[in-house]
Design a protein around this ligand. Structure first.
Ligand code: PLP
Ligand code: CA
Length: 305
């Protein structure tokens, strides 16, 4: 841990750091903003990096929003970006399903536990789906549901995968559909398995809260396609022609962002202390990932000559 370089924000260290990279992959929540509050100096810092010719990609595990939703959110915070500058866990899952998983004919549909962001990204990749925000799943389970799920009459025979993101309407009926699809051989996927969702200076249930009940029931973990999954890194690399050695991942979480960058063999990882994890987390003996650099906040990068 002693070798983690501190970017103090007062000169040369920062310039050398910035010069090492052509592309910066930015985690969003905890790095650029907290909830709906953009951190002071962040839009200016991103402008400065762009003025130095750096490419910026926003890489978020938030599955509830599509790339288009992120473009709007970024714009509202004074950060200019297009949909091609954003890579979210829902898009990552959609790309994986359409281009790598290649579900067999007759099994092409995805049963979704998740919000509209997942649906928009599946649709953008031409992947058919059921479930998701369909309001008919937002109710109590009945004795007829149990019977129809057990005999399969309530199931869509074309479902070949179950994809779990964060679903603010998760309930027994949705999970029961997921379980029956999995029991009949559907692939088990998750956009991300973040245990917690930081909001209002507290924590709430993250996307893992939707897949863990199913994982518990089937005794199998989902393939998670958000950070730190290397399926996501491969998709980012393919889309942006990344030179990994000249790319730096910037994040606030060690088990998602920093691990993502280290396992992806990027040239660098920068941990900023404005989010979930603190310095003590990588100083600990059993740290899940140790960054190459750390800074108190992203806007300290502005202090380069
Ligand atoms: N998942 C959800 C639903 C979120 O709202 C957020 C943050 O807003 C995250 C995950 C974490 O996002 P990020 O990877 O940008 O920190
Ligand atoms: Ca984050």
């Amino acid at each position: 841990a002693a070798s983690v370089k501190y970017l103090t924000g007062d000169g040369a260290g920062i310039k050398d750091f910035i010069d090492k990279f052509d592309t910066f992959l930015f985690d969003c929540d905890g790095v650029l903003w907290s909830g709906d509050h953009v951190f002071e100096g962040v839009p200016e810092t991103l402008l400065l990096l762009r003025s130095k010719g750096k490419r910026i990609v926003f890489v978020t595990n938030n599955s509830t929003k599509s790339r288009q939703d992120y473009v709007k959110k970024l714009a509202g915070m004074g950060i200019e970006a297009g949909p091609d500058d954003v890579f979210g866990s829902s898009y990552s899952a959609a790309v994986y399903i359409s281009r790598i998983l290649k579900l067999p004919a007759g099994k092409r549909k995805v049963y979704v536990i998740g919000e509209a962001g997942v649906e928009h990204e599946l649709a953008s990749e031409g992947v058919p789906f059921v479930g998701g925000t369909d309001p008919s799943y937002r109710r109590d389970i009945t004795p007829e549901d149990f019977a129809g799920l057990a005999d399969g009459s309530l199931l869509d025979p074309e479902v070949g995968a179950v994809l779990c993101g964060l679903d603010f309407h998760v309930n027994y009926l949705k999970l029961a559909h997921g379980l029956q699809y999995l029991r009949r051989g559907a692939r088990f996927l998750a956009t991300n398995i973040d245990s917690t969702l930081p909001m209002h200076h507290d924590i709430f249930l993250g996307a893992g809260s939707c897949s863990v009940p199913l994982a518990n029931a089937v005794g199998e973990q989902p393939l998670a396609l958000g950070k730190p999954s290397q399926a996501m890194m491969d998709a980012v690399e393919g889309k942006f022609q990344l030179d990994r050695a000249r790319t730096c991942m910037v994040g606030d979480r060690l088990n998602t962002d920093i691990k993502f960058g280290i396992e992806g063999k990027l040239g660098g990882t920068l941990h900023v202390l404005t989010g979930v994890h603190s310095k003590a987390d990588w100083e600990a003996e059993d740290a899940v990932a140790v960054p190459a650099f750390y800074a108190d906040k992203l806007s300290d990068l502005r202090e380069c000559a």
